[in-house]
Design a protein around this ligand. Structure first.
Ligand code: BGC
Ligand code: ZN
Length: 360
């Protein structure tokens, strides 16, 4: 079967031929992969800056944002049947007895760092025609979401953030006025994060580098959010113009942008960091102002990575809601390509969310 893999030793990314996996184990499903989304992480891996093949192999099959169909099940599988559409979670638990997170199925909060991630860290990904997976790592999606369900994984980053942020904000014993949310970055993670806040009744502002008169700007406006271009307004002036923010969702991975955004955060506000800056990004900041504001305003900054089953399920519910509220905006995020264009797509972004159609 055709698979797309990186060979870090040879510094190559190419389509290869691998044997089709055999029969599923007792608790496994055999999957026909339908679509796989490509993200910044995949591009970093294919530039050999991140990720690692499984121990003892020279290549890593890419692909962690997958939509698949169950074509065969093991004899102990309970919750799936042949024909079901599924989205796999990404992270697999470490083996340490002491890791309470992994031992309780919350490997997205792994304590040891010895987890694996399919298509990223020491576990083969889903950019293959077929794959095997344990049913406990598969989340079922309704048939009516077939054409958009490949967005579930990137959306799960936002829904995990939302589940944490909304739980934290229960600390505030006040009636909520119409909240304001600032999204940093208009990539797929930022836009999907903006859609989540929009669907929760926030006034949403998406701040990004592209000009306001651009297809990005149009897309943001199409689901009711406000697009603010960095070309028109420095972040340091943002609060003056739009007021203070109750929530910031950072999805650019640039430290300067993240720290500057703190100046827009209002009393009791939360800033959520999801971007992973490169190691050469070492902006220094004036910690005094930041700490004073955090303390005197009950503010909170937290980072979040990966997502567990609950966030995937929430992502599926949100996606259903988005398809009711603003279907055209969701559809216009995606551009599809055949597998043969995979190596080219990994060199640079083409659309907003590039998707490889593995089978139909
Ligand atoms: C994936 C996460 C993963 C992270 C770090 C992201 O692209 O969506 O699931 O934990 O990369 O490897
Ligand atoms: Zn990703």
């Amino acid at each position: 079967m055709k698979s797309l893999a990186v060979f870090p030793g040879k510094k190559e990314t190419k389509l290869i031929d691998l044997p089709v996996p055999g029969k599923p184990g007792h608790h496994e499903a055999k999957l026909k992969i339908l679509e796989v989304g490509i993200c910044g992480t995949d591009r970093e891996i294919s530039h050999f800056e991140y990720g690692a093949p499984p121990h003892g192999t020279d290549h890593l099959v890419l692909g962690h944002e997958a939509l698949a169909q169950v074509i065969e099940i093991g004899d102990h599988v309970q919750g799936l049947k042949v024909g079901d559409l599924v989205v796999p979670t990404v992270r697999r638990p470490c083996r340490h007895e002491r890791c309470l997170a992994c031992r309780s199925g919350r490997q997205d909060f792994c304590l040891t760092g010895d987890f694996t991630e399919r298509g990223i860290k020491q576990a083969q990904g889903f950019l293959s025609e077929y794959a095997l997976e344990d049913e406990s790592y598969l989340v079922r999606v309704p048939e009516k979401l077939r054409n958009v369900a490949v967005l579930v994984e990137p959306l799960s980053i936002a829904t995990k953030a939302g589940q944490q942020a909304f739980a934290i904000q229960e600390r505030i014993p006040l009636p909520q006025r119409h909240p304001r949310g600032l999204i940093l970055g208009a990539g797929p993670v930022g836009i999907l994060g903006g859609m989540v806040l929009q669907s929760h009744g926030f006034d949403v502002y998406i701040y990004s580098a592209e000009a306001s008169a651009s297809s990005k700007g149009d897309l943001v406006r199409s689901f009711g959010a406000t697009y603010v271009s960095a070309k028109d307004l420095p972040l340091t002036k943002f609060k003056q113009q739009y007021g203070s923010m109750d929530m910031i969702y950072e999805a650019v991975g640039i430290t300067k942008v993240a720290f500057e955004s703190f100046s827009t955060l209002g009393p009791n506000g939360i800033c959520i960091l999801t971007g992973i800056p490169g190691i050469s990004d070492t902006t220094s900041v004036e910690m005094g102002t930041i700490m004073r504001d955090l303390v005197l305003n009950n503010q909170l900054v937290f980072g979040t990575v990966n997502a567990g089953t609950a966030a995937f399920e929430s992502a599926i519910q949100h996606l259903e809601q988005f398809m009711f509220l603003f279907p055209e905006s969701v559809l216009s995020l995606m551009s599809h390509y055949p597998m043969s264009e995979g190596p080219e797509l990994l060199k640079g972004k083409k659309g907003i969310k590039d998707i490889i159609r593995v089978a139909s």
